[in-house]
Design a protein around this ligand. Sequence first.
Ligand SMILES: [Zn+2]
Length: 273
Amino acid sequence: MPELAEVELARRQWAKHHGEAISGVDVHPKARIYRDCPAPALRILKGKKLLSSKAHGKRMLFTFAPKLHLEVHLGMSGKLSTSSTDHEEQKHDHLIIRTKKAALIFNDYRMFGRIMLHDCADPWAEFPPQPQDPKFSLAHIRKLVGRHPRKPLKALLLDQNACPGIGNWMADEICWRMGIYPGELCANLDPAAVRKETRFVALGALKHVAEKNMTASKDGFAPGSYVENVPPKNWLFQHRWKKGGTCPKCKSELARDTIATRTTAWCPTCQPS
Ligand SMILES: [Zn+2]
């Protein structure tokens, strides 16, 4: 499942074509990604310009008019890419938005991704702050932690209403940097440490994954088949996938178990339970 930095990288693929007018829209009307929005409705984009875009957590919003937005979720295997204007539709290209300069492609072979159209000014006006936003303040974290005293830290981090865009590997990275066992209850946490490390990991992931791969990824970005540039070796990220992986701080062998319904890796020495 793509997390906030991978979603931001995907958004930037299409964002290269801000300002371009839409000359055509090709859809696979029966694809499951259209379960919230009938495919023919997308014809409304023809003749409009792709004005701007933004990401929030695991979602992207592409704006075509002050009250016309296309929301995209990548799901498990969704991929945004761009190609030349003569791009020929591939089997899982469920949406192709064509401009005079490029084809903007949404390819999704498992079809857990989805798209929606919005006809209001800001469909995301009520969304909670993301870890990289200034509004992700200490007061905000104190409230979150206070509201869920019996919730494990890992579950809080994975809650998309609390920490939008944080997924499994980022949650493990945050717990490890805090030196806290992922199953520790919110009541026992220091909100300042939660804020500091959540922001560090979110901003670091954006830097290492979203920014550095813009020049590296030629075929667009596919969650799962990982990008060329990843966080450095002193992050848990580089060690948590490996069998026999060790803690980059103390070299203890990493422990693994299911916490908050997800496979979790942690260092039993640095993060005692
Ligand atoms: Zn350790």
